[in-house]
Design a protein around this ligand. Structure first.
Ligand code: KIV
Ligand code: ZN
Length: 392
């Protein structure tokens, strides 16, 4: 049996915290419905102390999806925790997610507190949160730049105070996979079965997904991530990438999630329609070009056998089909197939002529449209007919 990894979605909280991504309560509800359909285990719906809207969103999501674990974020202080508890009062499966920074750099410049003060506040926050719900998660913000001995001390203390999940965020995307795996392994060993160790990676160095995967190899069993990888600055680990890496490389990553992967692309599309931007075209799994082939050699291989150039079936992530893009690098094989799909069968000689004209055009122009290809093919067919008439 593969080990179960819990997917904690924070699209509606960390994701929403990035420029251009704020969502109304109604939009959060629409997105939450899709995330529930996708099969996320925990849905972080907002940071209630931050705004009335966030507080309402947490309440609305918790009421609408009572069977899902809904989390609300709170700093490690009384006001935040009471706001989170209030917004979760109707939730059937509430989780209070409380956090405080533990790195010296944050303690010195941001919090202006000693390590002992932070430790005491973390413990007090968890105890207070436990008065309102059993499921309490504690995050040691900037864990990856925290002295590991102190981090372990905090982790042990918050678990003793009642936290069931201990999250060790790479808040500034500073860690590298091997280092992160080792840090996680140390805390997993220290906590044993007393809590789930969770990871939350930012993508400042483009390593958020790699770090998340390394972390589960180190023993973490919850991954915090977002659709399309949205989130503070360079974003969070992209949910779709984490899940498909697990699904595609089960040989090396024997872990199970509950995600229904066919909903990944529709979920990404819905998010794009709600916020102000979509993923870049070459974004893994959900980008416009994720299953598009332009080079002739690739198209030829793909047409002979899909798996030569595709490690995932597009349908498995909800993308209707792969695309053969016709451009200056494309080959005769793909051009013939496109003409066929457009209803024109070409002889070998006709195809040679169409291909010649097509490469000339593609050299000057990006992204040829079907009408242009159809135009070239019809022109050549017509010329052949005329040549036949005048020869007879
Ligand atoms: O990046 C971070 O450290 C966070 C915490 C609040 C979990 O978002
Ligand atoms: Zn974050």
């Amino acid at each position: 049996m593969a080990d179960r990894v819990y997917i904690f979605d924070t699209t509606l909280r960390d994701g929403e915290q990035s420029p251009g991504c704020s969502m109304t309560v109604a939009e959060k509800l629409r997105m939450a419905a899709k995330l529930v359909e996708l099969g996320v285990d925990i849905l972080e719906a907002g940071f209630p102390i931050a705004s009335q809207g966030d507080s309402e969103a947490v309440d609305a999501v918790a009421r609408e999806f009572p069977w899902v674990s809904v989390a609300a974020l709170a700093r490690s202080n009384r006001g935040d925790i009471l706001a989170a508890a209030t917004s979760l009062k109707n939730a059937k499966r509430p989780r209070i997610h409380t956090f405080i920074a533990t790195s010296d750099i944050h303690l010195k410049h941001k919090l202006k507190k000693s390590r002992q003060q932070v430790l005491d506040e973390a413990v007090a926050a968890v105890r207070l949160a436990r008065e309102y719900c059993d499921d309490v998660e504690f995050s040691a913000e900037d864990a990856t730049r925290t002295d590991p001995d102190y981090l372990e001390q905090v982790a042990r203390a918050v678990v003793a105070a009642g936290a069931r999940t201990v999250n060790l965020p790479d808040t500034v995307g500073f860690s590298i996979p091997e280092e992160y795996r080792d840090l996680i392994a140390r805390i997993v060993k220290a906590l044993g079965d007393s809590a789930v160790v969770s990871v939350h990676c930012h993508d400042d160095l483009g390593l958020a997904v790699a770090n998340s995967l390394a972390a589960i190899q180190g023993g973490a069993r919850q991954i915090e991530c977002t659709i399309n990888g949205i989130g503070e600055r360079a974003g969070n680990a992209a949910l779709e990438e984490v899940v498909m890496a697990l699904n595609t490389r089960r040989d090396r990553l024997p872990f199970e999630t509950r995600i229904v992967t066919e909903h990944l692309f529709p979920c990404s599309q819905l998010l794009t329609s709600i916020i102000t931007f979509g993923p870049q075209p070459n974004k893994a799994i959900v980008g416009e070009n994720a299953f598009a082939h332009e080079a002739g050699i690739h198209q030829d291989g793909f047409l002979k056998e899909r798996t030569t150039y595709e490690i995932m079936d597009p349908k498995s992530v909800g993308v209707p089909e792969s695309k053969l893009v016709l451009g200056k690098h494309s080959g005769r094989h793909a051009l013939a197939k496109r003409c066929q799909d457009l209803g024109i069968s070409l002889t070998k000689e006709q195809l040679d002529t169409v291909y010649h004209r097509f490469t000339e055009l593609a050299d000057r122009k990006k992204g040829l449209r079907n009408e242009e290809i159809l135009g070239l093919a019809r022109e050549v067919v017509e010329e052949t007919k005329q040549a036949g008439v005048s020869a007879s």
